[in-house]
Design a binder for this molecule. Structure first.
Ligand code: UD1
Ligand code: CA
Length: 459
């Protein structure tokens, strides 16, 4: 079928010298995702039959980062210009397709804008442009009397008059693939930079009586490329601000939309409140009425309705039931699963621990490789000793157990239903149900008339 398939070329061979980094530019991240990852997401949303990534510097690293994606890789051994870069993709193109050219360092590109270009690219060359009050450095869009694009002139090759043009080239364009193939074979590097300019195809379109036009976007950020750490920082803020706006529109209360960072996907139900300084990473779900206190870091977590996370809590790979109270200063490590109405307090660390309904671990504890039943109270400073230096073992604490403060439960060990462990006990054997177990080094004694030492006076 004519012009039905879409091929996308992503140019990503630039060195990114101004990043001053040993990492390839397109692997630097915005919102926790590589720049190129954002562009690939946009490309995928357009359902192309092929995505061809033109890579150069750091190729192996880039390929490794996107192993999971269905991409065609084309190497540009020397960076001889954008036209030369696009040329490397030619052997992979499908003849009767339409082509969209994207840039690997323009992460906020929107699929809507691409669709506008593609809708008009059946039999014309479509360019994405924008108006820049200070256009220094960009290729200028030169239009004829009819308003059609006549040429793109690079800054270094532009006349003084052309340099006053404010409409600039973003580098993003769409056209029939056949045309691109034909035009690229005609490129030369006879210009100030001795580069093969992709933008010269506009002149060839005009020569071939094919229309060339440009769609002017008013969303400058969506076409802004990252060349330096300053650019990266600016784009990061724009990206975060846009995510915050989406949350506000959904009805989430953000105490300050400028102070939230989402590096992944955050899904929210009704009446969620998020205080300042929180970072969300990976996939996070917050149920109805969930409150997140200030300065929490929450990664890959599911937090059910009515639960409150108090400030400075760190959650990584955990599931939390309804109406629970976590923090402040709690640390939930991978494998933590809390049922409803649980309380986890300050300086409590949980790892690979399952805690059943209405149980409380409120102060200064480490509970790892453990299962804790219903209505259990774990006192301050209780430690599950899960590691003998070589192997890990589980601690099982059954329903209605009370573990007194400063006790150590040396795994593998089971504390049976309803048991009470006296404060300060070191438990090394299973304890019977409903009994008090105490295990202290010495029983308590008192010395009547004992005097505190007094300070020795020095003369
Ligand atoms: C290019 C455009 C210019 C436009 C500007 C927008 C040309 C000749 N000029 O400028 O009109 O205003 O983008 O930023 O096209 N790349 C390669 N291989 C190369 C050179 C570049 O893959 O040999 C890639 C880069 O990784 C980058 C993109 O192409 O993603 C643009 O390259 P860059 O050097 O930033 O742009 P200019 O050539 O200066
Ligand atoms: Ca260049």
């Amino acid at each position: 079928m004519q012009n039905n398939q879409l091929n996308i070329i992503i140019l990503a061979a630039g060195k990114g010298m101004r990043m001053h980094s040993s990492q390839p530019k397109v692997l630097h991240e915005v919102g926790g995702k590589a720049l190129l990852g954002h562009v690939i997401d946009c490309a995928n949303s357009l359902n192309p039959s092929k995505i061809i990534v033109v890579y150069g510097f750091g190729g192996e690293q880039i390929k490794a980062a996107f192993q999971q994606e269905n991409l065609v890789w084309a190497e540009q051994k020397e960076q001889l210009g954008t036209g030369h870069a696009a040329q490397q993709a030619l052997p992979h193109l499908e003849e009767n397709s339409k082509i969209l050219i994207l840039l690997g360092d323009v992460p906020l590109i929107s699929s809507e804008a691409c669709k506008i270009l593609l809708a008009q690219a059946n039999n014309q060359l479509m360019i994405q442009s924008f108006n820049k009050p200070s256009p220094t450095g960009y290729g200028r869009i030169v239009r004829n009397e009819q308003g059609l694009v006549h040429a793109i002139v690079e800054e270094k090759d532009a006349t003084t008059a052309q340099r006053t043009i404010n409409e600039v080239n973003t580098g993003i364009m769409a056209m029939p693939t056949k045309q691109l193939t034909k035009w690229i074979s005609r490129l030369s590097n006879d210009n100030m930079q001795q580069e093969y300019y992709l933008t010269d195809i506009v002149g060839f379109a005009v020569e071939d009586n094919m229309l060339a036009n440009a769609d002017i976007t008013d969303d400058e950020w969506s076409v802004t490329g990252v060349n330096s750490k300053q650019d990266l920082a600016l784009i990061e803020r724009v990206y975060q601000q846009r995510q915050a706006e989406v949350l506000l529109k959904k009805g989430v209360t953000l105490l300050d939309p400028a102070r939230i960072d989402i590096r992944g996907q955050l899904e929210t139900e009704k009446d969620v409140t998020i205080d300042v300084g929180c970072i969300f990473e990976g996939q996070v779900q917050l149920g109805e009425g969930v409150k997140i206190g200030a300065y929490c870091i929450i990664k890959n977590a599911n937090i059910a309705a009515g639960t409150t996370i108090a400030p400075f809590t760190h959650i990584d790979d955990a599931t939390i039931g309804e109406n629970s109270k976590i923090g402040p200063y709690a640390r939930l490590r991978p494998g933590t699963v809390l049922s409803n109405e649980t309380h986890i307090g300050n300086f409590v660390e949980l790892k690979n621990a399952q805690v059943d309904t209405a149980s409380k671990i409120n102060h200064l504890s480490y509970v790892g490789d453990a299962s804790v039943g219903k209505n259990v109270n774990i006192g301050a400073g209780v430690i599950t000793c899960n590691y003998d230096g070589a192997n890990k073992f589980r601690t099982v604490i059954e329903d209605n157990v009370f573990v007194g403060s400063d006790s150590q439960l040396v795994a593998p060990v089971t504390i049976r239903q309803g048991a009470t462990i006296a404060a300060g006990s070191t438990i090394t054997k299973d304890t019977p149900a409903d009994a008090l177990t105490l295990c202290r080094a010495r029983e308590q004694k008192s010395i009547i008339g004992w005097k505190r030492p007094v300070k020795v006076k020095k003369d």
